[in-house]
Design a protein around this ligand. Structure first.
Ligand SMILES: [Zn+2]
Length: 251
C-alpha cells in the first residue's frame, strides 16, 4: 500500500453507503482511478464537498493491490465546475468530457497532457469561451494522445498523400480518409467535405490554449462533430450517451 498525491478531475460519483461514495477520478499522474471516499456524503465530511462532478481537486489516495478500490484519504477543492450557471450547452459539454475520459482512458494509465488539456477545457467552459472548438479540440486531442487519431492528410490504407478533392471518403474502421484507389470495397465509409477534414486536421495540430480562438462556423462544427462521433462510436463499440445532447437539445 502506498499513499499518492496528485491533482484530479472528478468524472463520476456513485453513492456507496449512507455516508460514503465511490468516485472515478482522472488524475494527472496516475490516469483513471476509482476510489472509495468514506464520509464524503456527510455534511461536514473530510473532503469538504470536493468530490463533486467535474470539480478539480488536490487529492491523496492509498493504492490498493489487485482489483480492490483505492481509498481516498484527502481531497482539497481547487475549482468547482460552474458551467450550469451559464448554460445547458456548457454543462452538457462538461458531462461529455467526463464521459469521453471515462470511456477512453484506462485505470492506472497516465496521460498528463490529456489531463492538462481537459482541465483547461473545463475552466474555459466556465469562463464563457466558445463551446464548439473546445469540444472538437478535446475530442481530437484525446484521440491523438491515446493513439487513435484518424489519418486526415494521407490514405488510411496505402499511406499515399491525398490528391485534392471536394469530398473525401472517410473510413470508420480503417481510421481516416481514403484515396480513390483504396475506396472500392471498403465498408463503413462516410463521404466528408474537404473543408471538414482540413478543419479537423488544423484543430488536431493546434495547441489547447489556442482552441477557443479558432472560429468554427456552425455548419462546419456540426459536420466535424458528426464525423468524430461516428468514428468514436465505431472505436468504442457504442455511441456516447452525451452525443445527442451536445447541440444543447436532444437530436
Ligand atoms: Zn490508398
Amino acid at each position: 500500500m502506498s499513499s499518492e498525491k496528485t491533482t484530479a478531475i472528478v468524472l463520476r460519483v456513485v453513492d456507496f453507503s449512507e455516508t460514503s461514495v465511490v468516485t472515478t477520478l482522472f488524475t494527472e499522474h496516475f490516469g483513471k482511478v476509482s476510489a472509495l471516499a468514506k464520509g464524503a456524503r456527510r455534511p461536514k465530511g473530510p473532503f469538504e464537498n470536493a468530490i463533486d462532478l467535474l470539480a478539480v481537486a488536490r487529492i491523496v489516495f492509498i493504492r490498493k493491490s489487485s482489483d480492490a478500490l483505492d481509498l481516498l484519504t484527502e481531497a482539497k477543492l481547487e475549482r468547482r465546475f460552474r458551467s450550469a450557471e451559464r448554460s445547458l450547452e456548457r454543462l452538457y459539454a462538461g458531462f461529455y468530457l467526463a464521459e469521453l475520459l471515462t470511456e477512453m482512458t484506462d485505470t492506472g494509465d497516465p496521460h498528463p497532457e490529456l489531463f492538462h488539456a481537459s482541465n483547461r477545457v473545463l475552466a474555459e467552459l466556465d469562463a464563457g469561451s466558445p463551446v464548439a472548438p473546445l469540444v472538437a479540440g478535446i475530442e481530437l486531442f484525446a484521440l491523438r494522445d491515446l493513439g487513435h487519431l484518424p489519418l486526415l492528410t494521407e490514405c488510411a490504407i496505402c499511406g499515399n498523400e491525398l490528391v485534392k478533392a471536394a469530398r473525401y471518403p472517410f473510413a470508420l474502421v480503417a481510421g481516416g480518409v481514403l484515396c480513390p484507389r483504396c475506396r472500392p470495397g471498403q465498408r463503413h465509409v462516410v463521404s466528408v467535405r474537404a473543408e471538414v477534414i482540413e478543419a479537423m486536421h488544423g484543430l488536431s495540430q493546434a495547441a489547447p490554449e489556442t482552441w477557443s480562438s479558432i472560429a468554427l462556423e456552425p455548419k462546419l462544427a456540426g459536420e466535424m462533430r458528426a464525423v468524430t462521433q461516428h468514428y468514436l462510436a465505431h472505436h468504442l463499440g457504442h455511441r456516447c450517451k452525451m452525443h445527442r445532447w451536445l447541440s444543447g437539445r436532444p437530436a
